[in-house]
Design a protein around this ligand. Structure first.
Ligand code: SF4
Length: 244
């Protein structure tokens, strides 16, 4: 099933590398009558995207999934973002399954013996609920983030959630995001300056030696395993799960 909203004449090379602020402006106008949801894990890319959206003054839900395993710095960043952008609603659509209940049902430290199941419970299933009824999903994905994301179109139909996925930052890299964040005074997670290129759950995120905020890397996520993705956008092995 193809999305009815993609103009086939539009996605050319220039379009796919257009400046993210321009693509954000286009998306907010193009889909102003659709139900749009912006999701974030409060990584640097997501914070930049939120800032670009906020500049348009459009009231929008910014959905995040509190896995209950986030770093204290991430919760503090959420509060700073909410204070800076009061017209945006920061909405937690994370799991209600308490860690203790998860341990009782699935065994202790599920993230160690079955991280895919843990991510399914604490990320993928809540995201399915969060996107139910949404028409358009704004994400901070970039092509350089991983081989599985390298062909990411700015606009694509997401087969897993049956929603139109728009990724305005697709053509950028971390250096450009870092430059944007600094020039616009966008809040970001201080862990990026303490060796964490990306910040996820405490159990599955480790610092990376030599890491600097202006360089993206997924090293440090699920270290010592073959898992590269949480399953929100691609399978744990980096493929696209196609459902019809
Ligand atoms: S990143 Fe780790 S702790 Fe977080 S949901 Fe996935 S497996 Fe569980």
């Amino acid at each position: 099933m193809a999305s009815p909203w993609i103009d086939p004449a539009q996605p050319d090379a220039a379009w796919e590398s257009a400046a993210p602020p321009r693509l954000v402006a286009w998306a907010l106008e193009r889909f102003r009558h659709q139900r749009m949801v912006l999701t974030t894990s409060f990584g640097m890319e997501g914070c930049a995207l939120i800032d670009m959206v906020a500049g348009h003054g459009v009231p929008l839900d910014v959905v995040y999934l509190d896995t209950m395993f986030l770093f204290p710095e991430t919760y503090a960043l959420r509060d700073r973002m909410a204070a800076r952008y009061p017209h945006l609603a920061f909405v937690n659509r994370g799991t209600t399954l308490e860690p203790e209940a998860q341990a009782e049902q699935y065994g202790a430290e599920l993230w160690r013996h079955d991280p895919d199941r843990c991510c399914a419970i604490r990320k993928v299933e809540p995201m399915q609920s969060a996107l139910a009824g949404a028409d358009v999903w704004l994400t901070g994905l970039m092509r350089i983030q991983s081989p599985s994301r390298s062909a990411l179109p700015v606009v694509t139909w997401d087969w897993q959630y049956q929603v139109l996925k728009v990724s305005p930052l697709a053509s950028w890299d971390r250096a450009r995001v870092w430059d944007y964040v600094q020039r616009h005074g966008v809040p970001y997670n201080p862990l990026h300056e303490r060796g964490y290129p990306t910040v996820g759950c405490t159990h599955c995120t480790a610092p990376v030696a030599g890491s600097v905020p202006g360089e993206y890397s997924r090293a440090g996520r699920w270290s010592g395993t073959s898992k590269t993705e949480c399953g929100l956008h691609y399978t744990a092995q980096g493929t696209i799960e196609r459902k019809v």
